[in-house]
Design a binder for this molecule. Structure first.
Ligand code: ADP
Ligand code: ASP
Ligand code: MG
Length: 607
């Protein structure tokens, strides 16, 4: 007999029949002697319907009233499921988030869970009842008892947080697909089921658009070491386990308010190769990294910034020992890349820099906290350290700086983020490379269609600019992703400038542009532009660490489809490319096929 938290998503409780099927499954578990807390989402597309209603009344409804409205969806489900259980003779009781005591911050529409009271839940369980809890909602701390919601898709987070608070044996997420697949089966029907995936990989996939799990749910499972499984509510198949490393015991108070950064990492064994003014057309990155891979050189960071006119810059880092070969490859390839190019283009050029170091901050707690990257840039700026390259993932921000600044940068970052233990050095990877040779380099491919690209032109190249820009966006509560600073310096009115590009949620793009334009004179940069018609396609896998050729294979798949890559950003276990929105699905399918991730059977997703 065990203690299990189960969560059923919208489709799984989308009709009376589905609700009854869920009740039967729950009763079966209860009959086997398990204690159960069951978390449910709103029925079917209820939450979308409520959002639509609100938008018919107001183009900018108050967040408080939105929470009041959206929280009703889950309340319908808990009452109906509880009735369905009682109808089967199973004692049950439904509770809202507030009734349980799921206490959150007061931040409407994106509240983080602070603590969960367990007394009432434990009492009902003792009485032999199944407790049915409303997902996605909580109540603010303090006297006001405001109803809050956790953000769209947040019922997964409610369930895993309950499992942590109740010290449940494991948490089951029931949904409309057989588990976690190599990609979204609605876009790629031959997507294959994974038996298991590490929480690090799943965290990246979830943050990069794989909707099957809410990233914060994965974060909690990882922090508290909760075994988590995603299964179909239509079958008894085993589904996919998300495996977490052994966790240190942590307090349950401030459950989701973990420190944003758990580690400062550095790597001084790095050198940078930049290709400036190479043609902006499909196939260029594929060609370059194909050659690099054929020399068996492992690249670490790859950055391709936004293009100015019809040329582009690509920069990458390699170990010092690989620099000579990498430089030779880059120089050899330059004439070939330029062959068909427009005679009006400026000449391309290769630049290398041995005197660099990479410093990074890492931690799942930075997800959804817009100020963390800005805090890093501020700390470096205050120490007078100029940032040459920036590359971000949802759980890591890496900066390339001058090698001579490295020690100071580490000291400054450890102080800023209160990291006392000695930083992870040299090998730089916080992820343990898989031991078995058979692990495929890529586990999953994700697509995010909800992002827009923001470009800030002619940003003065001096310490503190990135800090000011991203602090400004953080003050407006805008989370940024994929921050990329161009390699090329251009002189504008006598000062050296670079372009900075980043991606933001589409809904934040216009507010971000307005906020940046308002500070334009003060900060001294040029035009700020928004392109909403982009999509981000990413590959994720811990097996890509120290495995040359993975990036080249991804870029080649895009090149074969004549899909142009607008921006590239990498971290140890992921590579993201920005492409045109109307090529997004084609890009996803091509990349999925290029890594042989498809199975022979199509996955059927219930309507
Ligand atoms: P629920 O309502 O049960 O929470 P969601 O719609 O939030 O379900 O998430 C399940 C959906 O996630 C699937 O129907 C599928 O379309 C989508 N999805 C995206 N990426 C993946 C993936 N890698 N594996 C499985 N499903 C995925
Ligand atoms: N009902 C909420 C939503 O649609 C929460 C959830 O389903 O996880 O976003
Ligand atoms: Mg969901």
């Amino acid at each position: 007999m065990g203690f299990i938290v189960q969560k059923y998503g919208g489709t799984s409780v989308g009709s009376v029949e589905r609700m009854q099927a869920v009740a039967q499954r729950v009763k079966r578990y209860a009959d086997e002697g398990h204690a159960l807390v069951v978390v449910v989402s709103a029925m079917g597309k209820t939450t979308d319907g409520l959002v639509k209603l609100a938008n018919e009344i107001s183009s900018n409804p108050s967040r408080r009233e939105m929470d009041m409205l959206l929280a009703t969806g889950e309340q319908v489900s808990i009452a109906l499921l509880s009735m369905a259980l009682q109808e089967l003779g199973q004692p049950a009781i439904s509770l809202t988030g507030a009734q349980v005591g799921i206490v959150t911050e007061a931040a409407h529409s994106r509240a983080r869970i602070l603590r969960i009271a367990t007394e009432r839940l434990e009492r009902h369980i003792q009485e032999g009842k199944v407790v049915v809890v409303a997902g996605f909602q909580g109540v603010s701390s303090g006297d006001d008892l405001e109803i809050t919601t956790l953000g769209r898709g947040g019922s997964d987070t409610s369930a895993v947080a309950l499992a942590a608070a109740l010290k449940a044996d494991f948490c089951e997420i029931y949904t409309d697909v057989p588990g976690i697949l190599t990609t979204d089966p609605r876009l790629v029907p031959e997507a294959q089921l994974l038996d298991e995936i590490t929480s690090d990989e799943m965290l990246e996939l979830a943050s990069l658009g794989a909707k099957v799990l809410h990233p914060r749910a994965v974060e909690i499972a990882r922090n508290y070491g909760i075994p988590l499984v995603v299964r179909s509510s239509w079958t008894d198949e085993p589904g996919t386990w998300v495996v977490s490393p052994q966790s240190q015991p942590r307090p349950l108070e401030g459950l989701e308010l973990v420190r944003p950064v758990d580690a400062v990492e550095f790597d001084t064994d790095q050198a940078k190769v930049s290709l400036l003014r190479i043609p902006d057309r499909p196939g260029v990155a594929a060609r370059l990294f194909g050659e690099i891979a054929s020399q068996d050189l492992d690249v670490d960071l790859i950055i391709q910034s936004i293009h100015e006119s019809n040329t582009n810059d690509i920069a990458f880092t390699v170990t010092q020992a690989s620099l000579q070969k990498a430089e030779a490859v880059a120089n050899a390839i330059l004439p070939a890349l330029g062959r068909h190019q427009d005679p009006t283009l400026e000449t391309a050029e290769v630049m290398v820099d041995r005197q660099i170091a990479k410093v990074a901050i890492a931690g799942a707690g930075m997800i959804g906290r817009p100020g963390v990257a800005a805090q890093m840039f501020t700390a470096l700026a205050n120490a007078g350290i100029n940032i040459q390259m920036i590359s971000t993932s949802e759980v890591k921000v890496s900066c390339v700086i001058r090698a001579t600044d490295c020690d100071r940068a580490i000291a400054t970052l450890c102080q800023a983020f209160e990291i006392s233990q000695s930083p992870l050095g040299q090998s730089s990877s916080a992820f343990i490379p898989p031991k078995t040779g058979g692990t495929p380099p890529v586990r999953g491919v994700a697509l995010d269609l909800k992002q827009a690209r923001l470009a800030i032109r002619f940003v003065p190249d001096r310490p503190g600019m990135a800090a000011q820009i991203f602090n400004l966006l953080a003050q407006h509560n805008i989370s940024v992703d994929m921050i990329i600073q161009s390699q090329r310096c251009r002189v504008m009115n006598g000062i050296a400038t670079r372009d900075i590009a980043c991606t933001v949620a589409q809904a934040d793009a216009e507010p971000a542009r307005l906020a940046l334009m308002a500070a334009q004179t003060e900060l001294g940069y040029g035009e700020v532009t928004v392109n909403p018609a982009i999509a981000k396609v990413s590959i994720v896998g811990a097996g890509m660490i120290n495995q040359p050729g993975v990036a080249a294979r991804m870029f080649a798949a895009l090149a074969e489809q004549r899909i142009n890559i607008q921006m590239i950003a990498t971290s140890e276990i992921k590579i993201s490319c920005l492409v045109d929105e109307d090529k997004a699905v084609q890009a996803l399918q091509a990349i999925h096929a290029a890594f042989n991730l498809g199975g022979t059977q199509s996955i059927q997703v219930p309507a």
